[in-house]
Design a protein around this ligand. Structure first.
Ligand code: NAG
Ligand code: NAG
Length: 376
């Protein structure tokens, strides 16, 4: 009995003409009343819904029924989709092939196009149904129509496509002049910073409008100059003298003969309008203030008249010999030449011309050095 029902329900779905098999009407009744199927037939047949007309514009359903006996002898009580159990002539067919559609393609999912046959309507790529899906299934109804409304596929909207190109133009010279924060997309702002570090003339912020134009003109970077650095006495500037210098400009310095460069040999105009360093000084040599005794210069003990011009360069240390106030011994004191000034230490006493000529061996630089503990 269960197998006969299964067979019958398959006939019903595919719309094949039902044979005069006993129990065909009993199937309908049994589906309605007592669920004595063992599960297998339940899955295959499903339950026929009560007549329920939804949104679809199908107006007419065949006569409702509960059993074949409710219908004439050419019709059977079959499940007709949303019409529920209806008196249907099982051999009825639905239109096939369908007239070609521009945006969709129809394909039969069943071997025939008769009652209960299924049909798939699939939209062509780029098109969708009003519900957003791209395919729907239609069923051949007892009224010889495919179920549901005529599917209409419309061109689907791609939301990303228009946004991609919506940017405002940034000319090359602007990109080369400024560091720009932001991506110049329509509806957003960007900020400019001068690469040179210079001040901005104009608005440092701009807005890319929806029509892909900028709200304001692009700003400009104020050109930066360095003012001429201070003059260096006794020195030369190795550069063309200007009233202002561009960023990156180098000035080299030289000192006149016998002057020593104290400071940088070169200064550069920085992007903030300052020089990289203060200009140097040219420092003068010092005359050695000891003519009649020896001094130590650069670790060598020598007479000043043996030194070129009797002068030491700026920054040089000169060690003098002083006489012990009570003993016949000498100790040393060092002074440094600073820009032409070199004072002998207070303890140093220049020997007289007579002492120098008559007693050269008793000169302060020539006598014995004091013991360390002789010097307080
Ligand atoms: C210019 O920049 C240098 C180095 O970055 C800095 O040492 C100097 O103070 C700046 N000068 C001014 C006026 O901002
Ligand atoms: C001179 O002496 C000072 C202090 O001892 C030292 O720092 C400096 O390097 C010396 N200068 C020379 C030219 O030797």
């Amino acid at each position: 009995m269960a197998c006969a029902l299964l067979l019958l329900s398959l006939w019903a779905l595919t719309g094949t003409v039902s044979p005069q098999a006993p129990g065909a009407h009993e199937w309908s009744r049994s589906k309605q009343r007592n669920n004595h199927c063992d599960g297998v037939c339940g899955i295959t047949t499903g339950l026929c819904p009560d007549r329920l007309l939804g949104e679809e514009s199908r107006r007419t359903c065949p006569r409702p029924c509960k059993a074949d006996g409710d219908c004439g002898n050419k019709r059977q009580c079959l499940c007709d989709g949303q019409c529920g159990l209806s008196c249907v002539a099982p051999g009825r067919i639905c239109p096939w092939p369908l007239p070609p559609s521009e945006n969709s393609e129809a394909r039969l999912l069943s071997p025939t196009h008769s009652f209960s046959a299924l049909l798939e309507v699939r939209c062509k790529p780029g098109f969708t149904l009003p519900n957003g899906l791209d395919a729907t299934i239609r069923r051949c109804q007892g009224d010889r129509q495919w179920s549901g409304d005529e599917p209409i596929c419309t061109e689907s909207q791609s939301p990303e496509e228009p946004a991609a190109a919506q940017t405002c133009p940034l000319p090359e010279d602007i990109v080369n002049t400024f560091s720009i924060q932001g991506d110049a997309t329509a509806g957003t702002s960007i900020r400019y910073t001068c690469f040179s570090g210079a001040d901005i003339v104009g608005s440092s912020e701009n807005f890319c409008q929806d029509n892909q134009t900028w709200q304001y003109p692009h700003p400009i970077c104020k050109k930066v100059y360095c003012q001429p650095p201070r003059e260096v006495e006794q020195g030369y500037v190795v550069a063309v003298q200007k009233t202002e210098y561009e960023v990156g400009f180098d000035i080299h310095y030289l000192c006149k003969k016998n002057f020593l460069l104290d400071g940088p040999q070169k200064v550069t105009c920085l992007s903030n309008g300052s020089w990289s360093a203060s200009p140097p000084y040219c420092r003068a040599r010092c005359l050695i203030p000891a003519e009649r005794s020896r001094v130590v210069i650069g670790g060598v003990k020598r007479w000043s008249f043996d030194v070129t011009d009797a002068m030491v360069p700026h920054g040089e240390n000169v060690t003098f010999y002083c006489r012990h106030p009570r003993k016949q011994c000498s100790f040393t004191a060092t002074q440094t030449c600073f820009d032409g000034k070199l004072q002998p230490p207070a303890c140093y006493l220049e020997p007289t011309w007579l002492q120098f000529k008559l007693f050269p061996h008793r000169l302060v630089s020539e006598i014995e050095a004091c013991e360390p503990n002789d010097v307080e």
